[in-house]
Design a protein around this ligand. Structure first.
Ligand SMILES: Cc1cc2nc3c(=O)[nH]c(=O)nc-3n(C[C@H](O)[C@H](O)[C@H](O)COP(=O)(O)OP(=O)(O)OC[C@H]3O[C@@H](n4cnc5c(N)ncnc54)[C@H](O)[C@@H]3O)c2cc1C
Length: 379
């Protein structure tokens, strides 16, 4: 039977697209190579701006809520705390979170095929065909590619692979500290940051760097463990498809969403929000009819892409001048407050840019003072 839409990948992007389509009575099949529930390498931080996009039942899978973030600068005593009254981020286990999103899609009427790897597709003016292993063929009017960071659909569609511009390592460690503070460390790794996300009796400890610094990634990771007096645990690693100017969203009857579209925030590495929002917009573009590709591109330009472009330029400054950026944050609590708003969805990166350049004279004076005292290393 031909469906309205085939979705490849049942992560947050795919399951959200599937649910939104099924709620509008579209016939949808979602195919995943894994058997669910499946794990996904991720720190599992869901920012509060994601909440309005979620189906009911999210509260049942929250492990902890974050009210306080501590930002450390490298291996120094320098740190800045950012606190919020309402939780700004919720900690989840990805296996449970992705199962909950998929269950909501299935309840809405989506057909789920698991344990089948998509190995290729074909499209013409009438529709799409998707081929799997074990062998099967699925037909539909549209294809949503939500098959993650190593997207098979993306590499078949665009002859030139988009560069995977970042790489992450992550491990779970026992965590006896009952404190739910999230820790970020800037400057301990060039062009990236390290994190500790507590989740009750264990924590996710990880680190991300731009691809150009990947050769020393294990060294940076080990150093971060040493800094916090944590016993070394062997991590797993995965590419992080950050947004860049080369990000492409459509090709005829194919719409790309989430990591398959390279929509990870270049500053924070956040991808769940963009996966869910892009999945929802891809679905809405198909529901609206007309020129689906153009509608999707326009919707994305007005929302996610506008923000990610600003994040991209801000990230160039932040990760080239980590100490300078840290000093600006330390000196101006309003920057931290605005940044918190970006996490919760109350502010945008435009607001952050505005706040960060609010008192350049004061920041410059402080930086010159630090330079004179030889305290400021600019990478
Ligand atoms: C170490 C690490 C930590 C992270 N921490 C955070 C965080 O704390 N917060 C945050 O917001 N983001 C985080 N991210 C990013 C986040 O994990 C991703 O952006 C998010 O999972 C993207 O969702 P998705 O639905 O696009 O893809 P995925 O969640 O990767 O889902 C893709 C699905 O496609 C399936 N698939 C792939 N290929 C095929 C195929 N050929 N055939 C059939 N099925 C296929 C896979 O099995 C998978 O189920 C982190 C990433 C990493 C690597």
């Amino acid at each position: 039977m031909a469906h309205d839409v085939i979705i490849v990948g049942a992560g947050p992007a795919g399951s959200t697209a599937a649910r939104v389509l099924a709620e509008s009575s579209k016939h949808v099949v979602i195919i995943d190579k894994a058997k669910f529930p499946r794990d996904k390498l991720c720190a599992g931080g869901v920012t509060s701006k994601v909440i309005p996009l979620l189906p009911p039942g999210f509260n049942d899978i929250i492990i902890s809520s974050v009210h306080k973030t501590i930002i450390h600068y490298s291996n120094t005593d320098l740190r800045v705390g950012i606190e919020s009254i309402e939780p700004c981020t919720y900690m989840v286990e990805r296996a449970a979170f992705d199962m909950y999103l998929l269950d909501a899609a299935i309840t809405s009427g989506v057909k789920f095929i698991e344990g089948k790897r998509v190995i290729g597709f074909w499209q013409d003016s009438k529709g799409v065909e998707v081929y799997t292993d074990p062998p099967d063929t699925f037909k539909a009017n549209y294809l949503i590619a939500a098959d993650g960071a190593m997207s098979r659909i993306h590499s078949q569609t665009f002859s030139q692979r988009q560069p995977y511009n970042a790489y992450c390592l992550e491990a779970k460690i026992p965590w006896s500290n009952q404190n739910d503070e999230v820790i970020f460390n800037f400057g301990s790794t060039p062009t990236g940051y390290a994190w500790i996300f507590p989740k009750g009796d264990y924590a996710s400890i990880g680190l991300g760097v731009r691809s150009k610094n990947i050769s020393n990634i294990f060294e940076y990771y080990k150093r971060f463990f040493d800094m916090h007096g944590i016993k070394w645990v062997k991590p797993k690693g995965l590419s992080l498809p950050m947004y860049s100017m080369e990000t492409r969203l459509t090709h005829k009857r194919v719409l790309f969403a989430g990591d398959a579209a390279h929509l990870v925030d270049p500053i924070t590495g956040e991808g769940i929000y963009h996966a869910i929002l892009s999945g929802s917009m891809a679905a809405k573009a198909i529901i609206s009819g007309g020129n689906t590709g153009t509608t999707y591109q326009t919707m994305m330009n007005k929302t996610i892409l506008k923000e990610l472009r600003r994040a991209f330029f801000l990230s160039l400054i932040m990760y080239h001048f980590p100490r300078l950026s840290f000093e600006a944050l330390r000196l101006h609590p309003s920057i931290g407050k605005t940044y918190l708003g970006v996490i919760t969805g109350e502010n945008t990166y435009k607001d952050l840019l505005k706040t960060s350049t609010h008192s350049p004279y004061k920041i410059l004076k402080h930086i010159i003072k630090c330079l004179q005292a030889d305290q400021l290393s600019v990478r």
